[in-house]
Design a protein around this ligand. Structure first.
Ligand code: IPE
Ligand code: IPE
Ligand code: MG
Length: 245
């Protein structure tokens, strides 16, 4: 507590320990829309807006990596109309990112099996990727699309098996073949919407992550909510299985 009070309480800056990598399960869009008698697609649209705000807030705070779960390998089970509306939001977001990346100063990376997405989306993803490599910035937003933690592990094992230069199979060796290769594990995983489960998100990477759950639905999530999660994180005692004096 003492550490947190020493500095003035200004958004994010009062924190002595800022996570390097924050991951968020952007959940609750459908319930948000239902409460307002709106179609689920309106909830996804509002959720995309929240993502823009939170990504820019993370850049302001100096958080290095923000990883968001936008579409899971299981979300294909939803009605085609809903899936299409999510893919259209993704299209719009990537086009916008291509135009404004320099100004926004946030690199974008897509994580997941993108090979089954529509060709134009795959093209937008590779253009975004190309541009991201040219941007000098501290913040990277990772969008998990057609992402599943189990699928990622299988994919990594297959890639490893086919790699001509593969090393002996160890945890760090397999990590190199994950979609998150080169990205540090998430320090903090946030799930809004009141659900207390992982839903196949970053299974390998979250082994020692701190978790934060809130009832707030994702479209209602805001800077203040992220501050609360960061304050909670700053008080955690991460032991990684060891003991601390
Ligand atoms: C999260 O919101 C977005 C996706 C899973 C694509 P939901 O659509 O799951 O919203 P709820 O959980 O039905 O409220
Ligand atoms: C997790 O939310 C996936 C995303 C937020 C993209 P879901 O709404 O799909 O998860 P469940 O079905 O409640 O576990
Ligand atoms: Mg949900």
């Amino acid at each position: 507590m003492g550490i947190l009070r020493r500095k003035p309480k200004k958004a994010g800056q009062a924190l002595s320990v800022l996570p390097r990598h924050v991951a968020i399960i952007m959940d609750g869009n459908g319930r948000w829309a239902k409460k307002r008698s709106l179609p689920r697609s309106a909830g996804h649209s509002a959720g995309a807006e929240t993502f823009r705000r939170i990504a820019s807030y993370c850049r302001k705070l100096g958080i290095e990596y923000l990883t968001v779960y936008a579409f899971s390998t299981e979300n294909w089970k939803r009605p085609k109309e809903e899936v299409d509306s999510i893919m259209n939001l993704l299209r719009r977001y990537l086009k916008e990112a291509i135009d404004s990346m320099e100004r926004e100063q946030v690199r974008i990376k897509v994580l997941g099996d993108t090979s089954v997405l529509d060709k134009d989306l795959q093209e937008l993803i590779s253009r975004t990727d190309g541009l991201s490599h040219q941007i000098e910035t501290k913040t990277q937003a990772n969008l998990c699309i057609n992402y599943g933690g189990r699928d990622e592990i299988i994919h990594a094992v297959r890639e490893w098996m086919n790699a001509p230069d593969r090393q002996e199979l160890t945890e760090s060796e397999l990590s190199k073949y994950m979609y998150t290769s080169g990205i540090p594990d998430p320090d903090l995983v946030i799930r809004p919407s009141g659900e207390v489960r992982i839903s196949n998100f970053l299974l390998w990477q979250s082994a020692y992550s701190e978790f934060y759950f809130t009832d707030t639905l994702w479209p209602d999530f805001n800077e203040r909510e992220l501050d609360r999660a960061l304050e909670s994180y700053a008080k955690r005692d991460r032991r990684y299985g060891g003991v601390k004096g």
